[in-house]
Design a protein around this ligand. Structure first.
Ligand code: HAM
Length: 435
């Protein structure tokens, strides 16, 4: 009797084979783009000390307050957390391994992140981020380059409708002065605030400005604006970024309410948004985080970065029908009889030695099935050629090479090839089909 099924965990997705080509396509385009900008890959563990995220992301952020998967290490009682994002860990690793000893570094990573948010379309408990961190760069050119790189990735994937929103969060002292006035303003209106806003009023009032509650929009629009508290240097940085974006023809909108959900940012913050994915329309977000390196124990150095949610990016590609061309295999090996099976396995290896992609016919019952049913499988595999070996071919030390698509004359053409010349014959067939 079969056992009860065990289901996967809510909010955590399987990437199924049908989706794999799209994920691989995105990763491949991203990798070549990252190379073009001089980024180097870094892989950090999925689990980190909880303190890293508390100190890095901020104690009073939603992520740290309610979304982290934390647990105690059985051996030593240490508090550990499944990473909710990649920046703090990349910085931790850069400090630990002294990566900045010979100057700034451009790092990138890809991998699963974990947040215990209420799952809905585009919002998962486990999701993938592609992230970049430019450590040790101070100027607005570094912010601009990251935005340009992200724009290039979208363009290379065929996405053109994403909108860029930018803002400046200034420096800590500027935010403190604004915060004081903002709290005083919000305190005058506590009766109108919702529960979330009341809770954040004294802990993280900037996030009140970010509210999605429509009833609060008028109140929020009339609140003191951080932009009016920025000093000369902060303004110059923001203007510098804007003129670089203009010079590179990157359209953007200044969104004064854009504050981001992590506390490490200063100066530039930005997001790429779409209205095609419903409520979870932010595909990528990032900004400058100059205080973070010192905050988690390193020698103070400026930095900025970005991460994009790959599920959202992939969903958008599907929505826009921007799918990569399907790649079938090159050769399907059809065989019948013990000797033919053994010979086919050897020839399949030789074809793979020559760089070809080969599917070797196998069945659930260990037999081979009829030639007819094997040929159906060969057709369905998308292979360009079938190599067929039966008793006659074994006797003649040969193999049949059959074209399944065009190429090698008309579709369905078949010819006998000496077994020791099969690899050359298949390669020649591919070459003449491409001419
Ligand atoms: P973030 O805005 O929290 O930033 O996340 C970046 C992106 O990850 C989001 O724009 C979204 O596409 C995706 N994302 C976030 N949460 C979820 C979720 N629950 N389900 C699906 N996708 C999600 C960061 O994480 C920063 N570390 C970015 C950064 C890098 N800033 C500087 N360097």
């Amino acid at each position: 009797m079969s056992q009860e099924k065990i289901a996967g965990i809510r909010g955590m997705n399987d990437m199924l084979p049908a989706e794999a080509p799209l994920w691989e396509h995105v990763e491949q385009v991203a990798r070549s783009m990252l190379r073009a900008y001089g980024y180097q890959q870094i892989r950090t563990p999925i689990v980190e000390n909880t303190q890293l995220f508390k100190r890095g992301i901020g104690e009073v952020t939603d992520i740290v307050e309610k979304e982290m998967y934390s647990f105690e290490d059985r051996l030593n009682g240490e508090q550990l957390t499944l990473r909710p994002e990649g920046t703090a860990a990349a910085v931790r690793s850069a400090i630990e391994h002294n990566l900045l000893y010979d100057g700034p570094k451009r790092l990138w990573y890809i991998g699963p992140m974990f947040r215990h948010e209420r799952p809905q379309r585009g919002r998962y408990h486990q999701f993938y981020q592609l992230g970049v961190e430019a450590l040790g760069f101070a100027g607005p050119d570094a912010d601009a380059e990251i935005i340009l790189m992200c724009h290039r990735l979208f363009t290379d994937l065929g996405l053109i409708g994403l909108k860029l929103e930018i803002n400046s969060l200034g420096q800590a002292e500027e935010r403190a002065a604004h915060r004081k006035d903002l709290i005083a303003y919000l305190e005058q209106h506590t009766d109108k605030l919702d529960e979330d806003a009341r809770r954040r009023l004294h802990t993280n009032p900037l996030r009140v400005l970010d509210t999605k509650n429509l009833a609060l929009q008028d109140l929020v629009s009339a609140a003191p604006r951080l932009a009016d508290y920025l000093g000369e240097e902060s303004r110059a940085h923001f203007e510098g970024l804007q003129s670089l974006l203009k010079a590179n023809n990157i359209p953007y909108k200044i969104n004064h309410r854009l504050v981001r959900g992590l506390d490490y940012y200063n100066l530039t913050v930005f997001e790429w948004v779409t209205d095609k994915l419903g409520a979870q329309g932010t595909v990528a977000g990032g900004g400058r985080y100059d205080p973070l390196i010192a905050q988690i124990g390193g020698k103070s150095a400026p930095a900025c970065g970005l991460a994009m949610g790959l599920e959202r990016l992939i969903e958008l590609l599907k929505e826009e029908n921007l799918l990569p061309e399907e790649e079938g295999c090159d050769v399907y090996m059809v065989h019948q009889g013990e000797a033919a099976r053994a010979q086919a396995l050897i020839l399949a290896e030789r074809l793979r030695d020559a760089g070809l992609n080969v599917i070797f016919h196998s069945t659930a019952d260990g037999g081979s099935g009829s030639f007819k049913s094997q040929m159906k499988k060969a057709d369905a595999s998308g292979a360009a050629y079938a190599v067929i070996i039966g008793e006659d071919e074994i006797a003649a030390s040969a193999a049949q090479l059959k074209s399944l698509r065009g190429g090698e004359g008309a579709e369905g053409q078949q010819r006998s090839v000496p077994a020791d010349q099969l690899v050359e014959a298949v390669i020649d067939a591919f070459v003449s089909a491409s001419e």
